[in-house]
Design a protein around this ligand. Structure first.
Ligand code: NAG
Ligand code: ZN
Length: 366
């Protein structure tokens, strides 16, 4: 779902846990996490708190949002506060590659996305601690490898974590590989909140749609012989439903190795809008990166048949297009009912988000 979704949110988490003097010592983290406790950041400017796995699940069932910072808290203390590495460009140029992009965008295929999604939803669930969750990661890796094979400038690899389910990272080097990187991401895990490990969680919309939007976006770019000037990465995150585990781990790792990020966009849920409502791409209204948001609006106007709409303020930072404004989004997530057969699911809707993903990458990196 949306809260567990953006690098911007990851940055917020980083800001949440960064102190001049760490209040929670490395020793305490080692001991408590060794006992199975998790360190959760529940709100801005509030020290994270220790919870058991059961308490954590109860919070999730109650719809309470948090970051699980157990594995990144320590390392984040080493960075200066507000080490904001995302969106180093304050403004982004207006879209200018309509002529080259038009034929590429025509090749984005809902049939392909359906095929990819069928494979992903066939796993009982994609929970970060279940064996099928790990199998799903490997399926994505195999799929993106077959798409990118034959391109020596592209690598596709697993990003391993301390838990079983790896994230997946595809890197397109670009002609100047040390330039800031443009990243698009989606979370590949799913969850059944009543029984995370064994329960059925197809996660078709959350976030099967974003996941297949990016696989298909990668496919059309590679098929078009796309060779960017600046580096591009496609990420599929593990463990997002359990507190943004995968994206935080990657963001922290990138910060420690000094990776500069030009821009980031998340696709998390793109396949549903409430029947009878007007179809839009919903953009967040608060804590947004203004430059990136302005750019996204112009991208949507240039490349999508659907208009953008500002969502209601919900108090979390983000800069990404979401399937509908709050209240018109998919109510079936985190359950066995998150399938493509719900009334309101629309491949034609999701297609537009895949196109915006392609346009985002292309416009920022060619
Ligand atoms: C979780 O999975 C079980 C078994 O697969 C299923 O019966 C139940 O409806 C699921 N829970 C939710 C919230 O969908
Ligand atoms: Zn999600």
């Amino acid at each position: 779902m949306r809260f567990e979704s953006t690098f911007n949110l990851v940055l917020a988490a980083v800001a949440l846990v960064a102190h001049a003097v760490p209040i929670i010592s490395p020793d305490e983290i080692a001991v408590k996490s060794g006992e199975g406790l998790r360190l959760l950041s529940l709100a801005e400017d509030v020290e994270p708190v220790w919870k058991t796995e059961d308490e954590k699940l109860e919070l999730m069932r109650a719809g309470i949002k948090f970051f699980d910072v157990t594995e990144v808290y320590d390392q984040e203390q080493k960075f200066p506060p507000k080490n904001n590495f995302v969106s180093i460009a304050a403004t982004f140029p207006a879209p200018s590659h309509q002529a080259e992009l038009a034929p590429i965008l025509k090749t984005v295929s809902t049939t392909n996305m359906q095929t990819y999604l069928s494979a992903l939803t066939a796993f009982n669930n994609r929970y970060y601690k279940s064996s099928t969750g790990t199998q799903a990661s490997n399926w994505i890796l195999d799929t993106v490898k077959s798409i990118t094979s034959g391109r020596s400038d592209i690598t596709a690899s697993l990003f391993s974590h301390s838990w079983g389910q790896p994230s997946i990272v595809v890197k397109i080097a670009g002609k100047s590989p040390s330039s800031p990187v443009t990243i698009v991401g989606a979370h590949m895990d799913s969850i059944n909140l009543s029984n995370p490990t064994n329960g059925r969680a197809p996660g078709a919309d959350d976030d099967g749609t974003g996941t297949v939007n990016l696989i298909e976006g990668l496919r059309v770019l590679v098929a078009a012989g796309f060779k960017p000037s600046t580096p591009v990465e496609f990420h599929w995150y593990s463990g997002e439903e359990s507190g943004l585990l995968g994206s935080q781990a990657i963001a922290t790792s990138y910060k420690s190795s000094g990776v500069q990020v030009k821009a980031f966009m998340e696709l998390d849920m793109s396949g549903y809008f409430k029947p009878g409502t007007t179809e839009v791409m919903a953009l967040q209204a608060d804590y947004i990166d203004e430059g990136l948001n302005t750019f996204l609006k112009s991208l949507i106007t240039a490349y999508s048949r659907i208009p953008w709409a500002m969502d209601k303020p919900i108090g979390v930072p983000s800069s990404f297009p979401y399937e509908a404004v709050t209240g018109n989004d998919n109510p079936n997530i985190h359950s066995a009912s998150d399938t493509t057969s719900v009334n309101g699911f629309s491949w034609a809707h999701s297609l537009e988000f895949a196109k915006i993903g392609v346009a985002f990458v292309y416009e920022l990196s060619v």
